[in-house]
Design a protein around this ligand. Sequence first.
Ligand code: MRU
Length: 345
Amino acid sequence: MPVNTVEWKNNSLRLIDQRLLPGQLKYITCKNTKQVFEAIKKLKVRGAPAIGVTGAFGMYIGARAINTKSVELFCKSLEKVGDHLGSSRPTARNLFWAIETMLECAYDNIDNPVEKIKTILLKEAKNILEQDKLICRKIGQNGASLIKKGDTLLTHCNAGALATADFGTALAPMYIAKKKGVDFSVFVDETRPVLQGARLTAWELVNAKIKATLICDNMAASLMKSGKIDKVITGADRIAVNGDTANKIGTYNLAVLCKYHKIPFYIAAPISTFDLSLKSGKDIVIEERGKEEVISFGGRITAPKNIKVYNPSFDVTPHELITGIITEKGIITYPCKNKIIKHCK
Ligand code: MRU
């Protein structure tokens, strides 16, 4: 169910304000880097590929505000824009990948006047958006081969259309399988603390008429024990060269449960989520978010205000627990360093 999660419209960046879903489908417009930074930081836009595409347009928005004719000064200022946008959220590799791609594009074109470089940067951001759409479709095709008639899947967080520019990553195989007429169903973890599963994945799957059932995060083990889950598919925010994968907090729990119950556990992600510079998951920076996400919801206080809170946004699943990583190029079964380097080339 593609929606226009990230769009370039009327010379500005238009995003769905995902904090308001499923109650309201509202758009916000970003015209300066402050607004782009805030949209990422406050989860108005979220999901690794979507914040990557947002970051690419953020770089252009920053570039067009740089007032100089000196290409050297322009590039130095653009690097600062990149540093600023990159400081919004640390874990998703795609944001940094997009910032680096945009900077590289500027440096590759330094023989042009500044105004021309700005035009080239807009074209590059649009290209990153279009590429993300194609990549989602390919991940969908590759992953759909895993979904068999009668399967019951489980997914966590939102790795769907709202997390990308198109079909999603973990949800893309489900959209393709549905199109092919495969009869399957999905359990959706609600995904505390900010309920990306309940608010976003459930919304997407209901709209796409895919058979979906919402569960609380603490229900997966008993469902698995009673044989109700055939496969788990989740997304990823950053994958180290050995296959260790950071994704929404709670993903690791599922992977451990899958191992115990002998259930295949798959990750779906584009190549831009891999960080080949990191040896293992130990090197992945995990974002910690504010306590208000845990002690309140929808304006209602759900815990004493003075309680100490620990709120890591992601966890790392060791590669030994991953049956396969689905990318736009195919499926890396039992991921390890050699296979990943070969696959990402
Ligand atoms: O904090 P979020 O909502 O940005 O976290 C998103 C996730 O963890 C997704 O599973 C991941 O980015 C993959 S999105 C295709």
